[in-house]
Design a protein around this ligand. Structure first.
Ligand code: ASP
Length: 348
């Protein structure tokens, strides 16, 4: 058997587990599954695999309250980021146990807030609780512990099912399959089959300098999906509010109705300083605002391209950039740059 990094270095590597909630540690109650304090750590301590010498040593920090991730807010992203930052020097890697429903948002937010990250931060969870007979929880957690300790990629990633994905490229695509996430515009960073395959060339390179934590604050951001029949009045009501940023989910390669009144409403909001980002409703592919007249009209109104960002990456990036007190033009520019590998710009 191959020696693990633990053994070859003669000391066990250590992993910090931030347990925020989610199905993974839930147990059935009268009103359905709910998280229960102490339950997951107790279940883990009963399984010999977690004490195996080839596994890293680990510390579980259970949050109070444990949350179903549908209840997560940007304040929770900050809490998780602060927790990792505070323990950064003492551990080799980090796992965030999190509900899968909003995992892609939290994981994307962390990728922006933790600057110059040099250690792995892996989000994982499960579709079936750890205590059930048939479950994806044990596999996801064991593999994440091995990945965080033996194959440390210096970025925020997500492991659910059998693939290690860049966090800010991933999105939840299934409510019931074990392979619940996909990363349609960036290939996986690793795969767990018979062997753990890690594709180092796809990962971020190790940063120069020390880690820094720059949290999101209370930016006013929203998300709007266009639909056939959306009226200027609806758009006006949404934009005529004290919003600073909006992710606009457009059709295809970044198209929206080119009704002049619709475009004027967008232009007025941009002129007032709102940052409106054009993201496609399609799961795969990129916005190209130069391709069609309907896309070009958005550009002329002041909307910026989100290229191939996931809606989760676009929203959390907007939150984060608007928290940093940059001038609006700088936020618009940075939304179109890759800061953590979250987007690919087409070659000029
Ligand atoms: N509702 C759960 C959550 O997101 C679902 C899950 O963990 O998979 O917390």
């Amino acid at each position: 058997m191959e020696p693990t990094l633990n053994q070859s270095r003669g000391q066990r590597r250590s992993v910090y587990i931030a347990y925020t909630g989610g199905t993974i540690g839930m147990r059935p109650g009268s009103r359905g599954y709910r998280p229960e304090p102490g339950f997951l750590a107790d279940q883990m301590s009963r399984l010999p695999v977690f004490a195996d010498a080839r596994m890293p040593s680990y510390t579980v920090h259970e949050y109070a309250p444990l949350l179903d991730s549908s209840n997560m807010t940007p304040e929770d992203w900050v809490k998780i980021g602060e927790d990792i930052y505070d323990h950064y020097d003492r551990y080799d890697g980090f796992i965030v146990l999190h509900g899968t429903d909003t995992m892609a948002f939290s994981a994307s937010a962390l990728s922006f807030m933790l600057q110059r990250l040099g250690k792995p931060v892996i989000f994982t969870g499960s579709q079936i609780p750890f205590m059930e007979l048939r479950t994806d929880a044990r596999e996801n957690l064991v593999t994440s512990l091995l990945l965080a300790s033996q194959h440390p990629l210096p970025e925020v990633s997500l492991f659910v099912g059998s693939r290690l994905l860049r966090a800010n490229r991933s999105t939840k695509v299934s409510a019931n399959r074990f392979l619940a996430f996909d990363s349609p515009n960036y290939p996986p960073l690793g795969r767990a089959g018979v062997d753990l395959e890690i594709y180092h060339g796809r990962a971020r390179s190790r940063p120069q300098g020390d880690i820094a934590f720059r949290p999101v604050r209370d930016a006013r951001v929203a998300d709007l999906r266009l639909f056939p029949g959306i009226t200027v009045d609806i758009l006006h009501r949404i934009l005529d509010s004290p919003l600073q940023g909006l992710v606009l989910h457009t059709y295809g390669s970044g198209n929206a109705p080119d009704d002049p009144a619709f475009l004027d409403t967008l232009r007025e909001a941009c002129d007032r300083g709102m940052v409106i980002v054009n993201c496609t409703q399609c799961l795969e592919g990129s916005v190209d605002m130069w391709g069609y007249a309907t896309g070009r009209a958005l550009l002329d109104a002041g909307v910026v391209s989100g290229f191939d960002m996931t809606p989760e990456a676009a929203l959390t990036k907007l939150y984060w950039l608007l928290s940093l007190d940059h001038p609006v033009e700088e936020v618009r520019r940075l939304m179109q740059e890759s800061l953590r590998g979250e987007l690919t710009r087409p070659q000029a």
